[in-house]
Design a protein around this ligand. Structure first.
Ligand code: EPU
Length: 418
C-alpha cells in the first residue's frame, strides 16, 4: 500500500488550480444513463471513485472515451442492470445508478451499501421515495432489486436532507409521468450542478438550490454537454493549508461563493481571505485563534471539511468546540491526530480541541477520505522529521494529484509505492 511522507514546517506559497468536484462528477456520470446518444462531460477529475463508477457502468454496457478531464459517455447498448457488491462496497455512491436505471430501463439490481467508517449511512430515504414513485423494491441476498413500468411523479418529503438521495430522485423524476415535488431537499452546490446538466438534456426542473425542488416529467431527453463544477472541498482543504502553514495560497478556478461558512470561520481564526468570482486568496496569520464549528447541511459548515478544520484548531491558541451533526462517527481521525500530540477530548458528537504549540511527526493511518486530508495538513506543520501517512488509497478516492499540488506550493512531500 502506498504511503505519503511529509517533512513539515514549510510555509506554503503560490497558486494552485482545483480539479472538478468528485461529488458532482459522480451523479453527472450516472445521469448519462438517462438518455441515448453520446454525452460530453468536461472537468472530470482523475480519481479512484471516478474509475470505480466507470468500471461498474462499463459492466452494464456503457462505453467511455476520454482524454484528460473530458469524458464521452454512451449508454445505447446496455446488457446488464446490476451494480455488484465487489464495487459498491468500495464506493457507496454507486447507489446513484438506481434512479437513472429505473427511470430509463425500469429495472436495477444494486448491492445495498453497508455501513462505512464515518457512520451507518442507510439509503432508506432513497428507497422510500422511489417506492412512492411506483417502484417495486425487494431486498434479496444483500441486493436491492427494483422494477417499475414507468415511474410516476409523487410528493416526497425527506426526513433528512440527503445529498445523493436528492440526486437519485431528481434523476428518477425527470422522465416520470407527472410532477414530483421534493421537500426538505438537499441544497448542496452539487445538486445545482446536476440540475443544470439535466436541464441541458431537456429536463424541466425548478427550485434546485432551495429545499423544495419541482420536477415536471418529460418524455424525451437528449445527450448532455456539461462541465462539472470545481471541487469546493479540495478548495477548502487548500484554504486551510494556507492558514495552518502561515502561508499565502491563491486557489484558482474555484467558486468561493460555495465556501462562505468556511471563509467566515477562517477569518475568525485570524486568516485574511480575499475573494473574487473565480479565485480565493488565503493568507495565514502569525497566530491562529480558536473558533467553534458545527457541521450542517449546505449552506452550513460542510462535514467534509470538519476533519481538516479540526487539524487547524489543533495548533490554534485556546479551546475549540467542534460539533459533528451530519454523520454519527466522523471523529476517527482524532486518535491519529492525538498520536501527533493533539489534545482532543471527544464527548458524543462533540470534540473539544485544546490548541497546542506544535504537532510532532509520527506514523499515522488514514481511515477515510477527509481524515486522510486532515493528517496531511497535520503533517505539513509537524516538527521532528517526516510524518508517514499510511493507507493513502483513501486520499486517492477524492483528491487529484494532491501531493504534486502541495509540492508545487513548497511542501516537502513525496509518495512511496508499496
Ligand atoms: N441518511 C439517512 N437515510 C438515507 C440517506 C441519508 O438516514 O437514506 C442520513 C445519513 O446517514 C447522514 C445524513 O442523512 O447522517 C446525510 O447523508 P447524505 O445522504 O446527505 O450523504 P451522502 O449523500 O451519502 C454525500 C457526499 C458525502 C458528504 C455527504 C454530506 C457524495 C457522493 N457523497 O453523501 O461526501 O459527506 O453528502 O454532505 O456526494 C466525501 O466526499 O468524503 C463524502 C463522504
Amino acid at each position: 500500500m502506498d504511503k505519503i511522507l511529509i517533512h513539515g514546517g514549510n510555509t506554503l506559497k503560490g497558486s494552485v488550480k482545483v480539479s472538478g468536484a468528485k461529488n458532482a462528477a459522480l451523479p453527472t456520470i450516472a445521469a448519462c444513463l438517462l438518455s441515448g446518444g453520446t454525452h460530453r462531460l468536461k472537468n472530470i477529475p482523475d480519481l479512484r471513485d471516478i474509475r470505480t463508477i466507470k468500471e461498474i457502468m462499463e459492466k452494464l454496457g456503457v462505453v467511455f472515451h476520454g482524454e484528460g478531464a473530458s469524458l464521452d459517455v454512451n449508454s445505447d447498448n446496455l446488457t446488464s442492470f446490476e451494480a455488484p457488491y465487489e464495487q459498491v462496497k468500495t464506493m457507496r455512491a454507486s447507489i446513484l445508478l438506481l434512479g437513472p436505471l429505473l427511470a430509463r430501463y425500469g429495472k436495477a439490481k444494486i448491492s445495498l451499501p453497508g455501513g462505512c467508517a464515518i457512520g451507518a449511512r442507510p439509503v432508506n430515504l432513497h428507497l422510500k421515495a422511489l417506492t412512492a414513485m411506483g417502484a417495486d423494491m425487494f431486498l434479496d441476498h444483500g441486493y436491492i432489486n427494483a422494477s417499475a413500468d414507468r415511474l410516476r411523479g409523487a410528493n416526497i418529503t425527506f426526513d433528512i436532507p440527503t445529498v445523493t438521495g436528492t440526486e437519485n430522485i431528481m434523476m428518477a423524476a425527470v422522465t416520470a409521468e407527472g410532477t414530483t415535488v421534493l421537500k426538505n431537499a438537499a441544497r448542496e452546490p452539487e445538486i445545482l450542478d446536476l440540475a443544470d446538466m439535466l436541464r441541458g438534456m431537456g429536463a424541466d426542473i425548478e427550485g434546485d438550490g432551495t429545499d423544495r425542488i419541482v420536477i415536471h416529467g418529460v418524455n424525451d431527453l437528449k445527450p448532455a454537454r456539461h462541465s462539472v463544477i470545481s471541487d469546493r472541498i479540495e478548495t477548502g482543504t487548500f484554504m486551510i493549508a494556507a492558514a495552518i502553514t502561515g502561508g499565502e495560497i491563491k486557489i484558482e478556478g474555484c467558486r468561493p461563493e460555495y465556501l462562505k461558512a468556511l471563509i467566515e470561520k477562517l477569518e475568525s481564526a485570524g486568516a485574511r481571505v480575499e475573494v473574487t468570482n473565480d479565485f480565493v486568496l488565503v493568507k495565514g496569520p502569525d497566530m491562529l485563534e480558536s473558533v467553534d464549528i458545527m457541521t450542517r447541511p449546505y449552506p452550513g459548515f460542510p462535514t467534509d471539511l470538519q476533519a481538516q478544520f479540526m487539524t487547524l484548531m489543533c495548533v490554534a491558541d485556546g479551546w475549540s468546540m467542534i460539533r459533528e451533526t451530519v454523520f454519527e462517527n466522523r471523529f476517527i481521525h482524532v486518535s491519529e491526530l492525538k498520536r501527533m500530540g493533539a489534545d482532543i477530548e471527544i464527548n458524543g458528537n462533540q470534540a473539544l480541541v485544546k490548541g497546542t504549540k506544535a504537532l510532532l511527526s509520527a506514523p499515522v493511518m488514514a481511515t477515510d477520505l477527509r481524515a486522510s486530508a486532515s493528517l496531511i495538513l497535520a503533517a505539513l506543520v509537524a516538527k521532528g522529521g517526516p510524518t508517514e501517512v499510511h493507507r493513502i488509497y483513501h486520499l486517492d478516492r477524492g483528491y487529484e494529484n494532491l501531493e504534486e499540488k502541495f509540492k508545487h506550493l513548497g511542501a516537502t512531500i513525496w509518495r512511496e509505492k508499496a
